[in-house]
Design a protein around this ligand. Structure first.
Ligand SMILES: [Zn+2]
Length: 201
């Protein structure tokens, strides 16, 4: 440490918290979440941790705290997974972990479908016009990671999505096409439903 103490080390708690609020560096935030003298500074640093930062923590109490309280679902899951990798997950965290993983899987499915639709990502492997419509049928195939109910963890999965676009680039609302995710480990296939369901959820 040089001549100047960083502001988050200030003995003035308000000043320290203001400094923590500006911090983005996850190493520093993880350090402070575990080691700051002031509880308020600790909590403030913990609340700024992301999924990435939560994985850097070693203090079990801090991990449990974040697993239970973090606002961001991914951060909570990361804290629980980090705990589980080191020791047996405390009984009272097992059920929340499974619940959060399922919620995360649902959210990620929405994210993936939205991404495919808005950015038209994925490889176009089939393209054609269909009778009575001026437009194109696209079949997207991409690889992603999703929660698998059967493996009870996130696994690599193939996602196949079919949808129709009219020539002016609008999605054909009449075509209730489906996305199918298949687990590359246990082969479980899950129909993710059509895109409009995802928007409604
Ligand atoms: Zn599986």
């Amino acid at each position: 440490m040089g001549l100047f103490k960083p502001a988050w080390q200030s003995s003035n708690e308000k000043k320290a918290i203001r400094a923590v609020e500006k911090l983005v560096d996850q190493d520093t935030l993880a350090y402070l979440a575990e080691n700051a003298e002031s509880t308020t500074v600790k909590e403030s640093a913990a609340s700024k941790l992301t999924e990435h930062g939560a994985r850097k923590l070693t203090d079990q109490r801090v991990l449990v705290d974040i697993a239970q309280k973090a606002k961001d679902l991914k951060t909570r899951v990361a804290a629980m997974e980090t705990l589980a990798a080191r020791e047996t997950l405390p009984k009272d965290l097992e059920e929340p972990l499974n619940r959060d993983l399922k919620e995360l899987a649902k959210q990620e499915r929405i994210e993936i479908c939205t991404e495919i639709i808005t950015k038209r990502k994925g490889e176009i492997i089939h393209e054609q016009s269909w009778e009575g419509h001026r437009g194109t049928t696209f079949k997207y195939e991409c690889h992603t990671t999703l929660y698998c109910e059967s493996c009870d963890q996130k696994t690599p999965q193939k996602l196949v999505y079919i949808m129709r676009l009219t020539n002016d680039g609008q999605f054909d609302r009449a075509s209730y096409d489906k996305a199918i995710a298949s687990c590359e480990i246990c082969s479980l296939e899950v129909t993710l439903g059509n895109v409009w369901d995802f928007y409604r959820r």
